[in-house]
Ligand binder design. Sequence first.
Ligand SMILES: Nc1ncnc2c1ncn2[C@@H]1O[C@H](COP(=O)(O)OP(=O)(O)O)[C@@H](O)[C@H]1O
Ligand SMILES: [Mg+2]
Length: 286
Amino acid sequence: MSLPENLPAGHVRVENLSIHLGSGRDAFEAVHSLGFSIEPGEFVCVLGPSGCGKSTLLGALAGHLRPSGGSLEVDGQPVSGPSPQRGMVFQHHTLLPWRRVRDNVAFGLKMRGVPRAERHARAEEMLQLVGLEGFAQRWPSQLSGGMQQRVEIARVLINQPRLLLMDEPFGALDAQTRMMMQALLLDIWTRLRTSVLFITHDIDEALFLADRILVMSPRPGRILEEIRLDFPRPRPRHADLLTSAGFARLKRHCLELLRHEDGRQLPRLTPLGLPINEQTRPRFAI
Ligand SMILES: Nc1ncnc2c1ncn2[C@@H]1O[C@H](COP(=O)(O)OP(=O)(O)O)[C@@H](O)[C@H]1O
Ligand SMILES: [Mg+2]
């Protein structure tokens, strides 16, 4: 199979980035003073609790959201709007149900006026890359959730993005499919070496995938810590890596970081599961 050349991997620089959302009295700061970079071809995961501003950060990098302060650059160019050079994959696919798989994958090329025969050939290559050769003529509704996400990845990669932005792309999949998709994504990335920013709230997923993890605090999201991973590439199988001592040590560290930074103390509970306050405080020793 003729694989595409290595993609021209992007170099990302984010400096002092703040983003406010809402308006008037409802305005609030969603992310606060974020700074990090992604080296060309690097796989970076952002790990943080729900609501900490992960999707907001990705929306800004995709060019859908304007920051209120700081700067965002890809290859020295400020991000000023959406571009196929920064391909985005969400938790739920965005395939057009009335187009066949091949035409969904080739959609970006059609928009750019690439002739039909070339579109089809390149869509076929992409489908091979994601392990879906033979599915070109199917409709999206005929595929499983994992397969739909593979088509979505092919649809984005056909544009040869410099940066792949992934917002919890496997979050809606069952655990087995999810692990299979993680391995497949690493396999694709090993061949293409595009830069990836992958968002997740799943510690195992971040540890399995990343070269580097940026751990975020609850809202307004800040970067708490940057963790560089030196697990071997290509990664060992899930069964080996996830049960190794090195993995367990880092997982514990991430759990402590996220727990410590949760800010909210979990309420103490009575034996009936009610929060302890003056009304429910038991008159007997628990
Ligand atoms: N358009 C919006 N207007 C107001 N609040 C928003 C908007 N989008 C997201 N939020 C809020 O901003 C915070 C950060 O959201 P988000 O970036 O989606 O978090 P995450 O992806 O980490 O779960 C959340 O508290 C969310 O409810
Ligand atoms: Mg989100």
